[in-house]
Design a binder for this molecule. Sequence first.
Ligand code: AN7
Length: 349
Amino acid sequence: MTYKGLIQKYKEYLPITNDTPSLTLLEGNTPLIKAINLSSKYGVSIYFKYEGLNPTGSFKDRGMVVAVAKAIEEGSNHIICASTGNTSASAAAYAARANIKCSVIIPSGKIAYGKLAQALIYGANVVAVDGNFDEALEIVKSLSDKYPITLVNSINPYRLQGQKTSSFEIIDALGDSPDYLCLPVGNAGNITAYWMGFNEYYVKNKCTSLPVVYGFQAKGSCPIVENKIFTHPETIASAIRIGNPVNWDNANKVVNQSGGSIEAITDEKIIEAYKLLASSEGIFAEPASCISLAGIIQKIELGEIKKQSTVVGILTGNGLKDPDIAIKNIKKVKSIMCDEKKIKEIIFK
Ligand code: AN7
């Protein structure tokens, strides 16, 4: 059957009524790619759910399509979000598609260039502020309380409803739950959504068990790990530069219920994994996403991911969103004379 988008496909699992408008950019339905080289290196079956192949290049599209459709159903014609980049790109795209207004508040100079380009080209009202994500979110919450604007950050429950569908696709692809699920944690919406998805789908689909969920935060921005608000979060993984996560309590519930944990990963390890993923599997994901691989490696080394087990890492965003980081972390390309002999010397060195 032709794929008609996430709402159509998972209607029975989503809060969809006869009045919910059909809205889609054919989000979801992303590939679960076996990491053949890393799997044989580590003796673990490693798969990546490549969410960077969604229409705007991140997992946010799954939740945004539902949030925007419901906003329209409820009579709204203006959505708003604070964002470290991907939410704003996604909100702007779906608002354009649905012909409604979109305002995005972003921390000035702290979002990847590709994401900024997206929000602008999709026609959102982009406001850059001298503050961080958490401060911007407080203002967005206050505005949406006072005025007729729909908040589409992950406090909006429809976001998590849409995002849970990725778990369904993982179970469908593997025929069972994986033993472990590894993913980045910022506002902790996604970890909450995945757990909801596995719980709603696994019995019906005769899975043997639920996965152990391991979430990862960047060391300079790890409020859940240290159990304290970070007022000045810092990390190279700008997508998860969040000091006071909205779904903090939910994240703790997920790790308690699944027998998992949330751990911190240094920026150095994030960049190592970022390069390793691209060079060993041909998959380019943004730094925040590569914390999944850095975390998988750490857990294998600690023996907390067992040999021969199956692990799924979530690659939340596309590497092309942030080419600056790639270029900064690879050795410089020097240009030379356009001469066959010189080129031959270099490529056969
Ligand atoms: C690539 O766009 O919060 O734990 O404003 O862009 O559900 O917050 C992005 C978050 C992981 C963290 N990976 O997910 C935003 C924003 C990428 C992201 C996360 C984000 P949550």
